[in-house]
Ligand binder design. Structure first.
Ligand code: SF4
Length: 195
């Protein structure tokens, strides 16, 4: 059975408002820290939309698909063609043992066409951040190249991703428990568009 049919009966009350609320908190936290650095993610040659990110949650998948379904039929056809092209080019890069740097099909002239519905990593990428596991010291990670270059002389401003990962994990756990959906997911945005 195709993905669409398998998830059609999942009650949107289980994921739609909950994920929108998590993303709202995530965006607010990101904006606050980014503002404090004076770092703004514009006009970057090392565009993170060229990076192959995999998305693993059903909640993010359903949310992005919800945004996609709201587009016009013509646009959907166009974006599906682009997504097929991205998947094919990625496959060829993999075959050659190269790291694919292929623009996400949703990036149009530097802007995300489904900005409101974009997955978690598209929201969090860029800033230096930390993750805190219970009983352990925070694990710090660098931001993207442009961030590192622009903030070299500045002190780290805490940006803790942990509460957002926890919220997403709890949402996903509940969604899967109630819906009975058990597949492991690992898709790029292009692949989600084609599901
Ligand atoms: S979904 Fe949007 S923000 Fe994420 S990689 Fe694609 S264009 Fe960029």
């Amino acid at each position: 059975m195709i993905f669409h049919d398998r998830v059609r009966d999942i009650d949107s009350a289980l994921w739609l408002t909950p994920i929108a609320q998590i993303f709202e908190r995530m965006d607010a936290a990101y904006d606050k820290v980014s503002e404090a650095y004076g770092f703004h993610c514009r006009g970057c040659a090392d565009n993170c939309c060229l990076t192959r990110f995999h998305h693993h949650t059903l909640a993010e998948t359903l949310y992005l698909k919800r945004g996609f379904e709201g587009l016009s039929d013509d646009l959907k056809v166009e974006l599906k063609d682009k997504a097929r092209d991205v998947v094919e080019k990625t496959r060829k890069a993999d075959e050659k043992g190269e790291t694919p740097r292929i623009m996400c099909p949703l990036n149009h002239e530097g802007l995300c066409m489904l900005y409101v519905y974009r997955p978690m990593i598209c929201r969090l990428h860029g800033l230096a951040h930390e993750l805190i596991k219970p009983g352990q010291s925070p694990v710090l990670s660098e931001g993207c190249g442009l961030f590192t270059e622009k903030t070299r002389s500045m002190d780290y401003i805490p940006f803790d991703r942990t509460p957002f990962y926890v919220d997403m994990a709890l949402l996903e756990q509940n969604l899967r428990k109630v819906s009975g959906f058990t597949d492991r997911l690992k898709h790029t945005v292009a692949e989600i568009i084609l599901l």
